[in-house]
Design a protein. Structure first.
Length: 558
């Protein structure tokens, strides 16, 4: 009996061991369940896709098995065509993987075969198989993305309107130039509370009780204004000027306002004098609406005196309308380099601004000339057309040859090559003709005479890409008149082709030798005249001696 009992117990133990063993094997081959990849929205023009891969697989029990790495080939299906490592080889390894945390990996995958996504392309499958910590107990599982991603058109965010920051005193008068916060995309944040925009202004203190509520906000498609109000510090309190304005019965300005300069606080002013109480052609002063403050005292607040005029019957015009602003773009020669733009007219007196990127353009091949910025780039609409002109400098590689300039220097020297008058210089465009034969350049110099027998050959010519020199040689007159008492001054002279201007007198430190060497060979040196005279008389004496000698000999023979 005991023997049968032991046999039964061993049998039960064997069955349990067998079942447990088989249970472990069955558990080991269960496939792990992975979350599918999540792709970021693909846009037209992309050559890669990106998204998130799971960081773990899930067992049937719900336990998580972490993914160690992703290093296997990718598979992707685009518009129904499958791209696999079998056909596309190493291209399917063109991806980067970064671990975000225990649950996620980010990826970027370069599309194979130089694919560029187009609007409407469908991505219906994508997978990169992961490697888990223990591949023996938990075999890796292939998994794929379900659902379809449709390539969307790329949308460029609309650019918002600029935000202008103003600085005024308690009377609303500007105390500093406005600043502009350049707009980015609509919905982007702006901040006017930084030191770049929330200014410290000498003589004023920011009024903390009137801080603008929109100092921090978002760009919109409408221009916005942020206004900082400042209080005058006591040390800065001074009288404000008086503005005298002239309007018709409709409130339209009919003459340019005048200003009575500020004096000391409490001093009298008088706007009833003829300097301020004007007679305006076509209008009559309305005596029933004379300003009550035409005579008064200066205060620490700006004041305005307004004269109202009635239109004469012969001068009743059609209501004035504001005129548009034309913004034009020229180079330094006045040549148009871009199509003009127009700022549509608003109401008379409304502000316009041509300094925004819509009007202050970046033009290929040119640089804006900051030394010639238009004074009226920011202003107000009037009943007259206005033009804002931006001047640009051509970049060196964009300057045509016929627009480059060169110069000709005219020197004045004596027979020794010594400078006797200040040089002149003319300049013009390369290829233009020049002529220095006029009296503007062939100077009459006191004590000297121009040597017209040896004039330089290049007194008429063409401006080239290198500087040229013309040298006039003068002979000294018999009378020893100082060279510095010349009758011609060296002032700039304009001719048809080039502009003349003075050259630095330091050039006189280096004598000009051009054309004088050959000329000097033709002239006797110092002392040569005496030598010729001595030779001449010596020859005569020698002939006379020979003649006397033969005469004596002849007498002796006789």
């Amino acid at each position: 009996m005991k023997k049968h009992l032991r046999t039964f117990i061993f049998g039960i133990a064997f069955v349990l061991i067998f079942c447990i063993s088989n249970a472990q094997k069955a558990y080991a081959v269960d496939q792990l369940i992975f979350d599918e990849p999540v792709l970021n929205t693909p846009y037209a023009g992309q050559t890669e896709i990106s998204g998130i891969l799971t960081g773990y697989g899930v067992l049937p029990s719900g336990a998580k098995v972490p993914v160690e790495t992703y290093q296997n080939a990718a598979w992707i299906t685009i518009n129904g065509k499958q791209y696999s490592p079998i056909k596309y080889g190493n291209q399917m390894f063109n991806y980067t993987i970064n671990k975000i945390d225990a649950d996620r990996f980010s990826f970027t995958f370069q599309l194979p075969d130089n694919i560029v996504l187009k609007e409407g392309d469908e991505i219906s499958g994508f997978v990169i198989a992961g490697t888990i910590d223990n591949t023996q107990n938990y075999p890796q599982s292939s998994y794929k993305m379900s659902g379809t991603y449709i390539t969307q058109p790329r949308v460029i965010p609309a650019v918002g309107a600029d935000v202008t920051v103003h600085y005024v005193d308690e009377q609303g008068m500007p105390i500093a130039n406005p600043k502009t916060i350049p707009a980015t995309a609509i919905g982007d944040d702006y901040d006017a509370t930084t030191p770049d925009y929330k200014l410290i202004i000498n003589g004023y203190t920011l009024d903390d009780t009137q801080l603008p509520v929109n100092a921090i906000g978002k760009f919109t498609d409408t221009a916005q204004t942020v206004t900082y109000v400042y209080k005058t510090t006591p040390a800065n309190t001074q009288a404000k000027e008086i503005t005298v304005q002239y309007i018709d019965q409709n409130g339209t300005q009919i003459a340019k306002p005048k200003t009575i300069p500020a004096a000391a606080i409490g001093d009298d002013y008088d706007a009833t004098t003829p300097d301020y109480k004007l007679i305006i052609n076509g209008y009559t002063l309305d005596d029933t609406q004379l300003p009550t403050n035409a005579i008064g005292k200066f205060t620490d607040t700006a004041q305005t005196v307004t004269y109202v005029y009635k239109t004469t019957s012969a001068n009743k015009p059609v209501a004035a309308q504001a005129k548009e602003i034309t913004v034009q773009y020229i180079d330094q020669n006045g040549k148009r380099i871009a199509k003009p733009k127009t700022i549509p007219a608003a109401a008379i007196g409304d502000n316009y601004d041509a300094t925004t990127p819509d009007y202050k353009l970046i033009i290929n091949g040119y640089t804006l000339d900051d030394t010639q910025l238009p004074a009226n780039a920011v202003g107000k609409f009037t009943d007259k057309r206005q033009t804002v002109t931006y001047v640009y400098k051509a970049t060196p590689e964009n300057v045509p040859v016929n627009q480059k300039t060169q110069k000709v220097i005219i020197h004045y020297v004596d027979q020794e090559g010594k400078q006797i008058a200040k040089p002149k210089i003319i300049s013009g465009r390369i290829g233009e003709a020049y002529d220095v034969t006029s009296t503007d350049y062939q100077l009459v110099l006191n004590g000297y005479t121009l040597d017209k027998k040896h004039l330089p050959k290049n007194i008429i010519g063409i401006l080239t890409d290198t500087p040229q020199t013309v040298t006039y040689v003068y002979t000294k007159n018999t009378a020893n008149i100082p060279a510095n008492t010349q009758t011609q001054t060296n002032e700039p002279v304009n001719n048809a082709h080039a502009e003349s201007k003075n050259i630095d007198t330091n050039t006189s430190a280096k004598p000009i030798k051009t054309q004088t060497a050959a000329y000097k060979k033709m002239l006797p040196k110092t002392g040569e005249t005496e030598q010729v005279t001595m030779i001449y008389w010596g020859t005569i004496l020698l002939l006379m001696s020979v003649s006397l000698y033969y005469n004596k000999k002849s007498y002796a023979i006789d």
